[in-house]
Design a protein around this ligand. Structure first.
Ligand code: PXL
Length: 277
């Protein structure tokens, strides 16, 4: 297996076990050369802490990208998460266009919303810009809320397989290629992920441990990307990432003081084992 170089673009939440502080160790554990482009620096993530600081790094991005281009640095995949601004999304599209190696994958986690609501930093302009990035990517990993925002669909807490199928077909009609739709739960105590690839739709169901664990979307997406770049199919990577994320929640759930993220570090040996490394 060749040694692959990936670029991940998302924020640094200095405290909070999400975005780059999760993606960098997980992708490194998968044996990938992991280059980072911080979209913003926050003192903490925005889901549950108050008074956090934010420094948007949008204006640094063109010079960083120009330097990489001059050095002829290219990436085998670009994986984006929480971005700093609407304007930044255009720069990200330029980076994908200019710095991708032949055959590189663009993987977009449209990290902007959960539980029916946009995260505090985002508005409808951001959603519009995210549509252009998501629908030009090879693979997207929305949760149900994000899929609703991307397709102008009213969010629902209760749904059935037909509603999920129509959400997926709206994503497809809008241009999505492979879709990994997370947090799809059809019965109590169980949740799962739907993988849409071409005309094929699969569902990987697993235990649902607790509601509303922060940072699990980023743990999941990073573990998925790591497995995919290590040669797993999208469905295999989706299942492996689900198993890893469940074990991260399991080791965290009995610690009420640890409400802001999951103890994913403790389960990195398990992730490496699942990858067969
Ligand atoms: O986990 C997604 C995420 C990433 N980065 C920041 C966030 C969040 C979720 O709230 O606030 C800054």
């Amino acid at each position: 297996m060749s040694y692959k170089r990936i670029l991940t673009i998302q924020d640094i939440s200095c405290v909070g076990q999400c975005s780059l502080t999760v993606a960098l160790p997980i992708l490194s554990a998968a044996g990938l050369e992991t280059c980072i482009l911080p979209s913003a620096v926050l003192s903490t993530h925005t889901a549950g802490f108050s008074g956090f600081t934010v420094r948007d790094l949008t204006e640094d991005i063109p010079a960083i990208a120009a330097h990489w281009a001059k050095e002829q640095i290219h990436f085998d995949a670009v994986y984006t998460g929480y971005l700093g601004s609407t304007e930044q999304i255009d720069y990200v599209k330029d980076i994908i266009r200019d710095l991708s190696a032949p055959g590189a994958l663009a993987i977009v986690d449209p990290a902007m919303a959960d539980n029916g609501k946009l995260y505090p930093a985002f508005d409808s302009d951001y959603v519009q810009a995210m549509k252009t990035l998501a629908f030009s990517a090879d693979i997207i990993l929305p949760n149900i809320t994000e899929a609703c925002f991307l397709t102008d669909t009213e969010y629902r807490e209760a749904y059935d397989e037909a509603w999920i199928a129509s959400l997926l077909s709206k994503l497809r009609a809008a241009g999505a290629k492979t879709v990994v739709l997370t947090g799809v739960s059809y019965r109590p105590g169980r949740t799962g992920v739907v993988v849409l690839e071409g005309d094929r739709q699969d569902y990987y169901e697993h235990r649902k441990i607790s509601k509303g664990c922060h940072g699990t979307g980023d743990v999941y997406a990073s573990a998925f990307v790591g497995a995919l770049l290590r040669g797993r199919s999208p469905l295999e990577a989706a299942a492996l990432a689900a198993d890893y994320t469940v074990s991260c929640i399991e080791v965290t759930q009995d610690d009420p003081g640890h409400w802001y993220g999951v103890k994913f570090e403790l389960m990195l040996p398990e992730y490496i084992r699942l990858l067969g490394l």
